[in-house]
Design a protein. Structure first.
Length: 293
């Protein structure tokens, strides 16, 4: 679902980027002012979960019936386990690092991607769907994950249509919804298992297990990820869509930055180390902000 360079026009990019900048500041202020949200003992848990979700997004599952692939996004999972504000900041960090260092999603489209995969799961789906159903963990995770994926795909289509950068853009609207149907179901089942594990087992053991799982996902399993088109690419191909593109100096600069930074990290385990380093930095900043209140 990562929107890439030139598929989002500069105007859409500016509006969504600005909106998500405001959302980020608002989430930071909310954490700073909350008494029971984010403590020093949450740092390890936050770092591990950020790295775990980052590694999960490396793994594309093949959907043979559609000749496409999907991957778990993890926005709802982060909101459930970290709270909506920290969950949103964690997803924003993941998406920013993916765009900067791994050419996964365009820098101009970063605001759109954060909105679709971070804001919607954490600030819309989590409070409106997960929390009312949370007494039934499986149903809550399944319904909220499915809704988050579908709403994310819906708004991705809206952003493409508003940008007017592809032909057959309205056909993309329905195809994006169809292509992400399996993803929501897979993500819901997986999220229910992880949330159940956090509720059932000792936090230290869970942190250790997820960290080891992250290393296995990034170091081994990612090498066998499906190479079939993801939901967005499948929809574009199915609609026989031609990307008209949004051409400007902004996109040329974005491509240059991503190409240069993409040469720094060439190994998935090093990528995990980079993400955990930035996650630690984010946690330390939040800790300092809370202590200075």
């Amino acid at each position: 679902m990562h929107l890439g360079n030139s598929i989002i026009c500069p105007y859409t990019a500016a509006v969504m980027g600005g909106a998500m900048g405001v959302g980020t500041i608002w989430a930071i202020r909310a954490i700073r002012n909350a008494k029971n949200e984010f403590k020093k003992e949450d740092i390890i848990k936050t770092m591990v979960l950020i790295a775990f979700v980052f590694a999960l997004q490396m793994i594309n599952f093949s959907i043979p019936a559609m000749q496409s692939s999907v991957h778990i996004i993890g926005g709802v999972l982060l909101a459930i386990l970290l709270g909506k504000n920290l969950g949103f900041l964690s997803m924003a960090l993941i998406l920013t690092l993916q765009a900067l260092f791994f050419n996964d999603g365009g820098l101009p489209a970063l605001g759109c991607n954060i909105f679709n995969m971070g804001f919607i799961p954490c600030f819309v789906v989590y409070p409106l769907i997960y929390k009312p159903l949370k007494s039934n963990n499986f149903l809550a995770c399944l319904a909220s994950s499915f809704a988050a994926v579908q709403f994310g795909a819906l708004f991705a289509a809206v952003e493409i249509i508003l940008s007017n950068t592809v032909n057959n853009s309205y056909q993309i609207f329905s195809l994006l919804q169809i292509s992400h149907l399996p993803q929501g179901i897979i993500e819901g089942i997986f999220s229910a298992f992880i949330v159940y594990s956090f509720n059932k087992f000792n936090l230290k053991k869970i942190n250790t297990s997820l960290f080891l799982a992250t290393l296995i996902l990034a170091g081994i399993i990612s090498n066998y990820a499906s190479t079939k088109p993801d939901g967005l690419d499948w929809a574009l191909l199915k609609a026989d869509t031609i990307a008209l593109g949004a051409q400007s100096a902004i996109y040329n600069l974005s491509n240059l930055i991503q190409d240069k930074l993409g040469l720094i990290i060439t190994n998935n385990l090093l990528a995990v180390a980079l993400v955990m380093g930035f996650a630690f930095l984010m946690c330390k900043i939040l800790t300092e902000l809370k202590s200075c209140k």
